[in-house]
Design a protein around this ligand. Structure first.
Ligand SMILES: O=C(O)CCC(=O)C(=O)O
Ligand SMILES: [Fe+2]
Length: 355
């Protein structure tokens, strides 16, 4: 099929394009309802985005906006609870990775920074609190639900469980797109992701005085890092502040676009793909200045609170991750770059370094 025709059928536009960082905005619906060639075209655009910027914005992804709004509202009500209630639901271990994480506890860093993580945590703690939710029903690793507290807590549990399952389904669909985009059978990854060993992270970046950022040039809301797993589904509110590292080394705003999900590849997928897919570093800073205002012009008052929802997708924890077929071998003269490792071992290693 001529590429001009494909453009008409699959209008992919550009969400971000600066300093050689191009992040497309892709309509996922033809993947579900289009012809086989429509489906293939969508799969290829998504996979190409992961191979170049490591990021894509997805629209018409199958999770209704009303569901996302409900999750945001429930998240905001959770973080508005008294600190004591949240602390009682505290995060315990990397193995479990479930529960509430208070401001200053996690410091996101890059792989090569982990030795200095204690110093960094002390000088510029991430200004955020999170609630981590994992797969239900794992022996010995219960979620820390607030459902014993009140009706709102019960509603929170139900809302998050429903959302968790929807995101799990979307993960499977995205992995099918990646499979097709890498010339593998469409269902290649199904048995790798069917358990849903994923992590739903609700994030709250509280309103913070502009002075805090002015005083400390290293201050961020969430430090530069790459994600650990296969892909991350990121739902942003309207405030902005997410930035992605460009090939030029600059940070580029990944602006919020209504009813889209920012999807980025994680380190384990990069490793699995023998580094043909990129896991790109990103961070969260204060929201960008309004368009009609020079940065730094209005230095008084607070930056508004920001909420986001990150759904970290992972292969089943027991699965052995070895370089994908087609990414290494004598015929393409590329060697396997990494040793095989189970998804679970890999993630626990990474989580242990940041808490
Ligand atoms: O809040 C955001 O927009 C991004 C959060 C993030 O990158 C993370 O938690 O890994
Ligand atoms: Fe991230």
């Amino acid at each position: 099929m001529a590429s001009s025709t494909m453009q008409e059928i699959h209008p992919a536009s550009t969400a971000v394009n600066k300093d050689d960082l191009m992040i497309p905005l892709i309509d996922f619906s033809p993947f579900f309802t289009g012809t086989p060639s429509d489906k293939h075209a969508v799969a290829l655009s998504i996979t190409n985005a992961f191979k170049t910027s490591g990021f894509v914005y997805l629209k018409s992804h199958g999770i209704p906006p009303s569901v996302v709004s409900r999750v945001f509202a429930s998240s905001a009500r959770f973080f508005a609870r008294p600190q004591r209630q949240k602390d009682e639901l505290g995060w315990t271990t990397p193995q479990s990775n479930r529960g509430y994480v208070a401001i200053g506890r996690e410091k996101l860093t890059t792989v090569d920074q982990t030795n200095g993580v204690d110093d960094l945590r002390a000088s510029a703690p991430d200004i955020k609190e999170t609630m981590e939710l994992g797969r239900e029903g794992v022996e010995g690793l219960p979620n820390r639900w607030p459902d014993h507290l009140d009706d709102e807590g019960k509603d929170f549990k139900e809302t998050m469980q429903t959302f968790f399952e929807m995101c799990k389904t979307l993960h499977t669909q995205i992995m099918r797109a990646i499979a097709l985009g890498m010339s593998l059978p469409e269902h290649f990854f199904d048995d790798y992701v069917n358990e849903g060993d994923n992590n739903l992270r609700l994030l709250h970046y509280p309103a913070v005085s502009k002075e805090v950022f002015n005083k400390n040039p290293d201050q961020v809301r969430a430090g530069e890092h790459s994600d650990y797993g296969s892909v991350t589904l990121l739902f942003q509110d309207k405030h902005g502040g997410l930035q992605v590292r460009s090939p030029k080394g600059t940070f580029v705003d990944a602006i919020p676009i209504a009813d889209t999900i920012v999807v980025n590849a994680g380190d384990l997928l990069a490793r699995w793909s023998n580094d043909t897919i990129k896991s790109t570093r990103h961070r969260v800073i204060q929201p960008p200045a309004p368009v009609n205002e020079e940065p730094g012009e209005d230095n008084s008052g607070d930056y508004p609170a920001r909420y986001s929802i990150a759904y970290f997708c992972n292969p089943n924890s027991t699965k052995l991750i070895e370089a994908l077929p087609g990414t290494f071998g004598e015929d393409i003269d590329v060697a396997k770059k990494y040793a095989d490792i189970t998804a679970g071992d890999y993630l626990v290693q990474r989580l242990t370094a940041t808490y």
